[in-house]
Design a protein around this ligand. Structure first.
Ligand code: B1M
Length: 223
């Protein structure tokens, strides 16, 4: 009987090699062994996506491979998402907050942002997902329309992470900054950067994002 660790390694390898059927089979095997869907996604699957990015940087993979990897990831999420929703209920916060989520202008990476949205919803919060390549005008429209407690911004590109500062500055100019908390995340962002642009919080992954929102909920009236 193979160990859970060896199946995790297999899943990682199969995703790096873009072997769709092996990815699905390994996920089913891991679930059959009692693994948590959240651990599968945030563990071997996320590590594999990082490696795929590295292979792209090294010139071994091209855009076609990045797109294929994203498709396989999304197919796997069809199996994993309902289970992640169940698991995230365990980190349910005390208050329900309303969060407007967006991947910022110029950036079309949506897998991580969507995962954050799924887990926040499952943890009991209301999520309005504006999608990808979202400019500050759309964010402001959403703030005016939905009066969210939090705006969550995602960026995976170094170039687009700068737009997070633009959003915060524009909210200040329009007198909206005091009305919402702004939290940021995504592979191009870290805690130092979040602090430097005056964000209210940073989360490294989807679980951390839920914990961050729950901690903000602890000090707010909620929706
Ligand atoms: Co792109 N890409 N990509 N890509 N891509 C990266 C990001 C890159 C790091 C790869 C690399 O070179 N190593 C690199 C960026 C380098 C940089 O700027 N520092 C890169 C590049 C260069 C590009 C293009 C410019 C390539 C080109 O065209 N020349 C181009 C840009 C397109 C654009 O956006 N304008 C591009 C395109 C693409 C695809 C469209 C082909 C595809 C995305 C498909 C899609 O999303 N629908 C793609 C992919 C798949 C990747 C990698 C390989 C994987 C991203 C992913 O889905 N990871 C990526 C490599 C990497 O990230 N190291 C790469 C899995 C996901 C679960 O993790 O998204 O990090 P992640 O989300 C995590 C956390 O970051 C966090 O929680 C999530 C779950 O734990 N998180 C938040 C995310 N958002 C959050 C928000 C929060 C809190 C936490 O609060 C609000």
């Amino acid at each position: 009987m193979p160990s859970r660790r060896s199946i995790e390694d297999k899943l990682y390898q199969c995703l790096v090699e873009l072997d769709r059927s092996c990815v699905i089979e390994s996920i089913k095997d891991l679930l059959g062994m009692g693994a948590r869907a959240t651990d599968i996604v945030l563990g071997p699957m996320s590590r594999a996506m990082e490696e795929i990015g590295r292979l792209y940087e090294e010139g071994e993979y091209f855009i076609a491979e990045l797109m294929e990897a994203a498709e396989i990831f999304k197919e796997a999420m069809k199996i994993l998402e309902p289970l992640i929703r169940e698991e995230a209920k365990e980190i349910k916060g005390v208050k329900r907050l309303r969060i407007v989520l967006a991947t910022v202008k110029g950036d079309v990476h949506d897998i991580g942002k969507s995962l954050v949205g799924v887990m926040l919803q499952a943890a009991g919060h209301e999520v309005i997902d504006l999608g990808v390549d979202v400019d500050v005008e759309k964010i402001i429209e959403a703030i005016e329309k939905y009066s969210p407690d939090i705006v969550g911004l995602s960026a995976l590109l170094t170039t687009t992470s700068r737009y997070m500062r633009t959003v915060i500055e524009e909210l200040e100019k329009r007198g909206l900054r005091g009305k919402v908390r702004v939290i940021v995340g995504g592979a191009a962002v870290n805690r130092e950067y979040a602090e430097s642009i005056g964000a209210d919080g940073y989360a490294a992954n989807a679980i951390e994002a839920v914990k961050l929102v729950n901690s903000i909920a602890g000090g707010s009236s909620g929706h």
